[in-house]
Design a protein around this ligand. Structure first.
Ligand code: GLP
Length: 271
């Protein structure tokens, strides 16, 4: 695992968007695993800007979202389908048939989960998985005690998560669905590259547990410590509780793999 600390949320978000755009340029038929949440909104805004201003081409990409609520139709404003269309899909040239979501309205949810796993296999797996961090330490909707080898399945959401995600339901946590379909921790660990973004002071304590604490199903983000190629981009506010702070800062400033990002004009002006 590598941790990259950027001065603020804007710079962290821009770096994540640049990493994604470089991957798409290198491999136009990239299979992208996508995440939702407020943190990702600016990542998608940057990708939309790259598409418009630089011609970043999504036409051969496939996308697989991490999760979707159960029991609300995709066009409900609170659904992740709506979120992704609002922030990314309607603004770039992704093909409709290349966009994939778990089907939270399926009459047989178990079969829908199985189909999602099969669809992932049929495209050869996820090349780059984008991840946020839940305040309860979840990745996707893998709530505490999710098996670290779990696959795509139904999961009941914790009260903490429903409160965290109330914003998309008019601020009313009672309206947030109680269940969701999520890729499993095991599914996420099979991605070829994982890229987590966490910003802001509220994420600080959980981020420290996730990155530097013992691996535990109580904090499913800790499973990323097992991932062979995982990078975590954070801002200074989220990084305050990290023990390895100085070392992580040194990595971005010195390691050759980050040289192209250090020298990018837009990232430089952010630094
Ligand atoms: C939801 C998603 C998670 C995401 C989290 C972060 O719970 N299911 O995948 O990591 O939101 O949300 P935010 O960026 O709003 O803090």
């Amino acid at each position: 695992m590598e941790v990259i600390i950027r001065p603020d949320a804007q710079a962290a978000t821009l770096l994540v968007a640049r990493i994604i755009s470089r991957e798409i340029e290198a491999r136009p038929d990239l299979v992208l695993g996508l995440a939702t949440g407020r943190t990702m909104e600016d990542v998608y805004a940057n990708l939309v800007a790259f598409h418009r201003l630089e011609g970043l081409d999504f036409s051969q990409c496939q996308t697989f979202n991490l999760d979707e609520y159960i029991g609300i139709p995709c066009d409900d404003p609170g659904s992740y389908w709506s979120y992704m269309h609002e922030h990314l899909f309607t603004h770039v040239n992704l093909r409709r048939e290349n966009i994939h979501f778990p089907d939270g309205m399926a009459s047989d949810l178990g079969a829908a989960c199985e189909r999602y796993e099969q669809a992932l296999v049929s495209v050869g797996g996820i090349d780059l998985q984008l991840l946020g961090l839940g305040v309860d330490g979840h990745i996707g909707f893998n709530e505490p005690l999710s098996a670290l080898l779990s696959r795509t399945r139904e999961k009941a959401l914790t009260p903490t998560t429903r409160t965290q995600n109330a914003g998309m339901f008019g601020g009313d946590s009672a309206r947030v669905p109680r269940r969701a379909i999520t890729m499993g921790v095991g599914t996420i660990l099979e991605s070829r590259r994982a890229l987590m973004l966490a910003t802001g002071t509220a994420k600080g304590p959980m981020l420290a547990k996730a990155l530097e604490g013992p691996i535990t199903s109580m904090v499913t983000a800790t499973a990323l410590q097992l991932h062979p190629r995982c990078q975590v981009v954070v801002d200074e506010e989220a990084a305050t509780e990290l023990q390895g702070h100085e070392y992580y800062r040194w990595i971005f400033d010195n390691e050759p793999e980050w040289a192209e990002f250090r020298s990018m004009q837009d990232l430089k002006t952010q630094g």
